[in-house]
Each structure stands twice: as C-alpha cells, then as structure tokens.
Design a protein. Structure first.
Length: 217
C-alpha cells in the first residue's frame, strides 16, 4: 500500500511540474537618436490601410495599452479614451495583428503484419504443417499534408513632432493548438516586454508557461 501511495504522489508531483512551452520570434528596429521616456504621452491606434487587419486589431488596443503600462509607461492611451484636449502627445503607436495559413508535406510509415522470420510446426499423425508467425512492422510509407497557422503582431512608433518613424517591432509564432485570441495576447505581452529602445534586435525565443496555462480560449 505504501508503494502505491508513493507512485501516486510521484505522479502528482510530475503533473504539477509540467509546463507548456510557447515558441515565437521577435525583431525590432529603433531610431538611435530618439530618446524614450516612461512619462512620454503615447496614443495607440490600429493601423489603417488595405494591407492591415484594422478591425481585428482594434480589439487588441486595450491589451497593448495594458502591456505598455506594465512595462512602465505612465501616459499611454487608447485612441478611444484620449485625455481632454490640450494634452500634447509625444508619440503615436500603430498596431496590427494578422495571420496566414500554410501547408507542408511529411512522410510517415505504414504499419501492418509482416513475416517475423519465425514459424511453428504442427503435426497430426504423419501430416505436418508449417505456420509462419506474423508481427507488426513497417510495410511502406506515404506522403501526408500538414497544415499550420502563422500569427503576427507588429507595432510602428512615430514621433508627433517630427512625424518620423522611431521604432518598429515584428513578432510571429506558429504555435499549434492555440486560438487566435490566445496567440495575439501572448505575442502582445511578449513583444511589449521585449521592446529594446536602444538597439535593433532579432531572435527566436521560447517561454515555459505554468501547467494550468492554455492558449486556446
């Protein structure tokens, strides 16, 4: 009984320590001459134009505002909730979320019963028969098609005074088993947290999430 309890306890510890890993990539460019300050007044808009996913991007503006405040920016506003007239904004951020679908081919093995190389002999009187033994094995291969979804999140920062672009960031992920909302919120939080205001960056990363985390909601 003690052994059974130990096995159950070990299994529960294993389950509790399990983590899901999210993978993505990040890249950014920045104007080295522009000085970013946490008290900068920033307005966040959805990017406009036929190449942008404006309507869906609007839904995530509040998530961007929240993430930027978590990063330390004190005066960040959605275009829907701008402060009273008279406040001079220093920067405008345009965001965009989007996705694309793709496919790939991969080879898989086909399984079936094959000759094991062993046989048994059954005899009845003077009559004997040989029975070849079968086993499960690879009988061939086939080409299959898999499908994936790429998710993207980008930010374009502009100085209000000069009307010049001062920062651009782009993040993507093809994590499987996630909803659109789950992926966009993940990319937004990770991208804002990783923004580098001093030098360009480009890298892939992975994040170990808690066992109770789910990106499918």
């Amino acid at each position: 009984m003690r052994i059974q309890h130990l096995i159950i306890f070990t299994f529960l510890i294993f389950i509790a320590s399990c983590k899901s890993t999210m993978q993505a990539s990040y890249s950014s460019q920045v104007d080295p001459n522009y000085k970013f300050y946490t008290d900068t007044y920033i307005a966040v808009f959805a990017a406009q134009g036929e190449n942008f996913n404006t309507l869906e991007s609007k839904y995530y503006i509040d998530h961007v505002v929240y993430s930027m405040k978590q990063r330390g920016f004190k005066n960040v506003y959605s275009y829907k909730n701008l402060p009273v007239p008279g406040v001079n904004f220093d920067a405008v951020v345009y965001i965009n979320v989007s996705k694309s679908n793709g496919s790939y081919q991969y080879e898989t093995s086909n399984y079936g019963l094959i000759d094991s190389g062993y046989s048994t002999i059954n005899c009845t009187g003077t009559f004997c028969t040989q029975n070849k033994q079968k086993t499960l094995g690879i009988t061939g291969s086939s080409i299959n098609t898999g499908y994936f979804t790429n998710y993207y999140f980008s930010t374009s920062w502009f100085s209000v005074n000069s009307d010049e672009k001062i920062l651009f960031s782009f993040s993507s992920s093809s994590q499987e088993g996630c909803s659109d909302r789950g992926m966009y919120e993940f990319l937004i939080a990770q991208t804002i947290d990783r923004l580098n205001f001093k030098e360009p960056k480009e890298y892939k990363y992975s994040v170990d999430m808690p066992s109770e985390y789910s990106c499918n909601y």
